[in-house]
Design a protein around this ligand. Structure first.
Ligand SMILES: [Zn+2]
Ligand SMILES: [Zn+2]
Length: 171
């Protein structure tokens, strides 16, 4: 889906840009499945230096998340930085460097992992989301319910009894 061709970088002998745009299947996120709204753009520049291919790039797109407070689904913009290094046909003792055999390097898994790491642990549709009423489930962003005004403060409950009219009407 997102495939670099390292032979192009060698041939050009200078930083080489690779742009990809693709629709990604839903990801299994920390808080359920995360689906994409529209395509994902991957823009990278690969430079060959010191025997390594240095990749710098960004991943951008939009995912649909469910708000942790009000449960509404909303569009969350993504902007993730990519920084990878590759060596070809040999191994190096460096966990930051990926060893590849081919000229063709598939970035799909790298892109997926970088998106997963960038997802918020607790998504909110907006910072000041007021969530749901615990009594009636009303979405409080859309207006107040009257649960709170109906609920009698326990400290005043005795007082309410005191003012209740006598059911028999006589003392
Ligand atoms: Zn919300
Ligand atoms: Zn309510």
């Amino acid at each position: 889906m997102f495939t670099l061709d390292l032979s192009l970088v060698r041939k050009q002998g200078k930083p080489t840009a690779f742009h990809f745009r693709a629709q990604l299947p839903a990801l299994d996120g920390p808080d359920g499945m995360v689906s994409f709204i529209g395509p994902v753009d991957v823009e990278t520049v690969v430079t060959y230096a010191q025997g390594q291919f240095w990749l710098d790039g960004t991943v951008s797109g939009q995912v649909e998340l469910a708000c942790a407070r009000c449960l509404k689904r909303f569009a969350h913009p993504l902007k993730v930085t990519l920084a990878e290094r590759y060596v070809q046909g040999r191994t190096v003792d460096d966990p930051e460097v990926t060893c590849v055999e081919d000229d063709l390097v598939d970035l799909t898994e790298t892109v997926r992992q970088s998106i997963l790491l960038a997802l918020p642990m607790r998504a909110l549709c907006r910072v000041e989301c007021r969530g749901l009423c615990p009594e009636c489930g009303q979405v409080l962003n859309e207006g107040a319910c009257d649960c709170r005004s109906r609920t009698i403060d326990p400290r005043l409950a005795g007082l309410a009894d005191f003012f209740k009219p006598n059911p028999k009407g006589v003392e």
